[in-house]
Design a protein around this ligand. Structure first.
Ligand code: AMP
Length: 144
């Protein structure tokens, strides 16, 4: 695969150099079971081409990759018998990324499974939200 990273474990899976329990494969995408599942059926969807983070990917490649997510989630629902799932995509160490090759986790969820995020919402100080909005809209305008 062009741009493959010889040190990347997921590039090695794409190249067939290390095994994986593959679920779906196209010319651009690969889905396989996570080797350390948080729940039965926990799977990963990756682009075959090496990108470290989602923001490194051209939008067309993201669309091509993510179109597989609904189908994968439905298959998990059929097999794991759970209608609930999280789609998780970590970028960078502080965000929990351990493998620097873009991947989407699809994780089946059950009531009381004990998985979950610490989720402590805060409130913006007056004016802070508006300021951020202004900066973000400007940044968005400058990104092609
Ligand atoms: P993240 O923390 O988002 O980077 O997640 C990396 C995921 O890759 C973890 O859930 C690992 O269990 C999984 N993983 C690492 N190596 C392999 C492998 N050889 N085959 C399948 N999954 C893997």
């Amino acid at each position: 695969m062009p741009g493959a990273n010889p040190d990347c474990v997921f590039c090695k899976i794409v190249a067939g150099e290390i095994p994986a329990l593959k679920l779906l494969e196209t010319d651009q995408a690969l889905a396989f079971l996570d080797i350390g599942p948080l729940a039965d059926g926990h799977l990963l969807l990756i682009p075959k081409q090496h990108f470290a983070t989602l923001s490194d990917m051209p939008p067309e490649s993201v669309s091509e990759l993510t179109r597989h997510l609904p189908k994968l989630a439905r298959a998990l629902q059929d097999v794991a018998g759970v209608g609930n799932y999280n789609i998780l995509q970590n970028n960078g160490r502080p965000a929990g990324q351990e493998v620097d090759h873009v991947h989407f986790h699809v994780i089946p969820r059950r009531e009381g499974d004990g998985l979950g995020y610490r989720w402590h919402p805060k409130k913006y100080e007056p004016g802070r939200g508006e300021k951020l909005r202004e900066q973000l809209v400007k940044a968005l305008d400058s990104i092609i």
